[in-house]
Design a protein around this ligand. Structure first.
Ligand code: SF4
Length: 140
């Protein structure tokens, strides 16, 4: 298994994203400690982009969409340093296995090979999310 999470671009799903922004509306995207540190290093304060819900850190919403989503341009303000979960989307864990989230209008363009390539990392990502609170508290 590849070292998590060296080159973040490697974890991006190769499919036909039409940049509709639907996945940025009412986001509940989980964050790893590395996501939080990377975004903080770009000058953002944790309290401005993180909420805690169901015991894990998640992206904050403002006006019903991700705090980093710009509705005027339909672009992510931190695209190059965006969280790992945003890169792995539309792959999601349904509680028992990894699947493609059908909320994404082009979900059907995700090749099976991408599910196979990145599925294990979706599971690893969620383990990292579980560790995030401890890591942030202890500054690990
Ligand atoms: S919902 Fe799907 S197609 Fe739309 S921006 Fe998100 S990943 Fe891309």
């Amino acid at each position: 298994m590849r070292h998590v999470w060296g080159d973040l671009r490697w974890f991006e799903v190769k499919f036909k994203c039409i940049k509709c922004g639907i996945c940025c509306i009412g986001t509940e995207m989980e964050l790893t400690a590395e996501d939080i540190r990377r975004i903080e290093a770009a000058g953002y304060k944790m309290e401005d982009f993180v909420v805690e819900k169901d015991g894990v850190y998640r992206l904050k919403n403002v006006d019903g969409h991700c705090v980093f989503y710009d509705p005027a341009t339909r672009m992510c303000k931190i695209y190059d340093i965006r969280p790992i979960g945003c890169r792995l989307y539309p792959l999601v864990f349904n509680g028992s296995s990894v699947e493609v989230d059908k909320t994404c209008p082009t979900w059907h363009t995700v090749p099976k090979s991408e599910v196979a390539r990145l599925g294990p990392y979706v599971v690893e990502f969620l383990k990292e999310v579980e560790r995030a609170k401890v890591k942030i508290k202890l500054r690990l």
